[in-house]
Design a protein around this ligand. Structure first.
Ligand code: FEO
Length: 168
């Protein structure tokens, strides 16, 4: 059985995962509007992954005898300077999510709620991967550069990352 405060914290994280999905979906739309089909594919895939993260939490809260709640979800940013800004925001956002997951882990540990503590380990590992993934994309963009044909090659590279992840 989850405590009231743990239920509130997990519900807040459900909301954040929804927000992450909407943010990446909105970015996908911006990429489509700017003819960046590979980046759009990658961001759509990531938006879908965030929904899976949300569902995992949603199911856990319900299974643990509490009630998952869907609250109001903030409107995501929709206007970006360029593709570099898009991915800088994704990286910053993932770092924020990591901090929130860490707060949850700390709270579970302090409450001696070892079931939730154990459940959250999946998210700890996932955030390590997500930060690494988005940081490596920022590096790719920096290396290729967004000038001239750079944008074409960046889009190809990021599309290839999406395709590789789809078959893993
Ligand atoms: Fe659900 Fe990208 O973290």
């Amino acid at each position: 059985m989850l405590s009231k405060s743990m239920t509130q914290l997990l519900n807040k994280q459900i909301n954040l995962e929804f927000y992450s999905s909407n943010l990446y979906l909105q970015m996908r739309s911006w990429c489509d509007a700017n003819s960046l089909v590979g980046c759009a594919r990658f961001l759509q895939q990531h938006a879908d992954e965030e929904i899976q993260h949300m569902h995992r939490l949603f199911n856990y809260v319900n299974e643990a005898g509490s009630m998952a709640l869907i609250g109001a979800i903030d409107e995501p940013k929709s206007d970006f300077k360029n593709i570099q800004e898009v991915f800088k925001i994704t990286y910053k956002h993932e770092c924020l999510i990591t901090k929130e997951i860490n707060k949850l882990v700390k709270a579970a540990s302090e409450e001696a709620d070892f079931s939730t503590f154990n459940f959250l380990q999946w998210y700890v590992a996932e955030q390590h991967e997500e930060e690494h993934l988005f940081n490596s994309i920022i590096d790719i963009i920096k290396m290729i550069g967004i000038e001239g044909k750079g944008l074409y090659f960046i889009d190809k590279e990021i599309g290839a990352i999406a395709d590789k992840r789809a078959i893993e």
